[in-house]
Design a protein around this ligand. Structure first.
Ligand code: FAD
Length: 433
């Protein structure tokens, strides 16, 4: 078969690899001039750094198996992170159960209730009962209002901004379960993995394999139209030309598929457009000194414009970046004013915010700044999300959809992109012509 894959993020590249390896001719179309999508890279010092921060968990078996299959498993190095929360103008360590017990901003009984909630999540297998309860209601009922206001509310806001209170219980249950499984038997120590030279190493390897199997990666070729021609094949159009395929896999946000494919019914278009995404603003700072000993600081203060401080080099070490690398991140509505002001103003706001967390911080410490924005960064997991997810096979014969929005009950992530890509490619192969 001749197959077009739209999007050269991890989902598109993994699917392209699986389909090419199975003997089919694959072209991967990518609108930007680089591969990797959200897992693409930027240069920092003499090294490559993820454009948006990433780490993986020991339970990310689909991704780890893929690295083994590609012979790059030794590139993943494992680290023990130190985490913290910034609240009431103080940074509190928040890595181990002992840190939770010492966490003064909530009363002692609430801390115990919260500890029990976290522990119990690991043993709950059937998520269906969480689908119709908000994360907020679940936490308030089980651990009290204070826990929600001081810990989980800020964590949910750090991902979902103004939608935090309407996020499904399934999302938070899965996060608690995941963090539990990343600790293994020693619950006081978490292990996170990062790929030496960034996850672009994985993307590059997949792209090389696709080319080895006679496929191609077409960069700077946004697909702007998809339609069936007289011979019932798919015609894929980009500003550079039109191409014909037996099958097509679309891997970007579902609402983008509606924009380029006129064939769908109005009802199906509504379904795809109904899957909302948050955007992300991410400022990379290259500094000449560290900010703190922590890898991950959740910022629980409404007057600070970012919600996460990720000091990447506190996880991996300085390596050949030659600087201390910090990401300041904010998930946000694409229509909000902060998302739409100039990059210079965002950088200024973020640096002012950083001075509120670290009053001794001086702008002379900054060697370089780089602002990245992603319009489609995080699907918004609302109540009864399972019922809203479209199938991988679209109603149009030969056209398939594999997007972050279809990952459930787990949250989107590199591991699940690999799983989704494998499922989608098997389905496409099973279908035949
Ligand atoms: C801030 C941030 C932090 C994250 N941290 C982690 C983490 O720590 N661990 C983890 O596992 N995951 C993390 N993730 C999630 C992870 O990055 C994603 O789950 C994964 O990269 C999604 O891959 P994808 O291929 O599905 O989508 P994308 O990477 O979005 O790829 C879609 C591609 O399609 C292209 N495209 C769109 N429209 C068209 C078109 N018309 N024609 C051609 N191309 C098109 C886009 O340019 C893009 O390259 C993070 C994400 C963000 C935003």
């Amino acid at each position: 078969m001749k197959i077009a894959v739209i999007g050269a993020g991890l989902t598109g590249l993994t699917a392209g690899y699986c389909l090419a390896k199975a003997g089919h001719t694959v072209d991967v179309f990518e609108e930007s001039e680089y591969i990797g999508g959200l897992a693409s890279a930027v240069e920092a010092g003499n090294g490559n750094l993820d454009r948006f921060y990433h780490h993986v968990f020991v339970s990310d078996t689909y991704l780890l198996d893929l690295t083994r299959e590609l012979g790059i498993e030794n590139k993943i190095k494992w680290y023990e992170p130190k985490n913290a929360i910034f609240i009431d103008n103080r940074i509190y360590p928040f890595t181990s159960p002992i840190d939770l017990l010492r966490f003064k901003p909530v009363d002692f009984l609430s801390r115990i209730r919260m500890g029990l909630l976290v522990l119990s999540a690991k043993f709950i297998r059937d998520y269906k009962s969480f689908e119709s309860v908000t994360a907020k209601d679940w936490i308030v009922t089980r651990a009290g209002n204070e826990c929600y206001e001081k810990i989980w509310g800020p964590l949910l806001s750090s991902k979902f901004d103004v939608d935090a209170d309407s996020i499904s219980g399934t999302w938070i249950w899965n996060k608690l379960k995941l963090r539990g499984s990343s600790r293994g038997k020693n619950i006081s120590k978490e292990r996170l993995g990062y790929m030496d030279e960034g996850f672009i190493v994985l993307a590059d390897k997949l792209a090389d394999k696709i080319r080895e199997y006679s496929g191609s990666i077409k960069l700077s070729e946004p697909v702007n139209n998809l339609k069936r021609n007289a011979s019932e094949n798919w015609e894929v159009s980009t500003p550079k030309g039109s191409y014909e395929y037996d099958k097509v896999l679309f891997t970007a946000a579902p609402q983008l598929l509606v924009d380029i494919c006129p064939e769908f019914s109005d009802e199906y278009k509504r379904k795809l457009r109904g899957l909302k995404y948050k955007s992300n603003i991410c400022l990379i700072l290259e500094l000449n000194k560290p900010l703190s000993p922590y890898y991950w600081i959740t910022v629980s203060e409404k007057n600070i414009p970012f919600v996460l401080i990720i000091e990447h080099t506190n996880l991996t070490g300085i390596k050949n970046y030659g600087s201390n690398i910090v990401y300041l991140s904010r998930y946000i509505d694409p229509g909000s004013s902060l998302y739409n002001i100039s990059d210079e103003r965002i950088i200024k706001h973020f640096i002012e915010g950083l001075k509120k967390v670290f009053p001794d911080f001086r702008e002379e410490y900054i060697k370089n700044t780089r602002l990245n924005k992603a319009r489609f960064a995080q699907p918004v997991i609302t109540l009864n999300y399972q019922d809203k997810i479209p199938d991988i096979a679209t109603p149009e014969q030969g056209l398939y959809l594999a997007s972050m929005a279809q990952i459930h009950p787990e949250d989107r992530g590199l591991n699940y992109s690999v799983r989704l890509a494998k499922t989608a490619s098997s389905l496409m192969l099973k279908g035949g012509l």
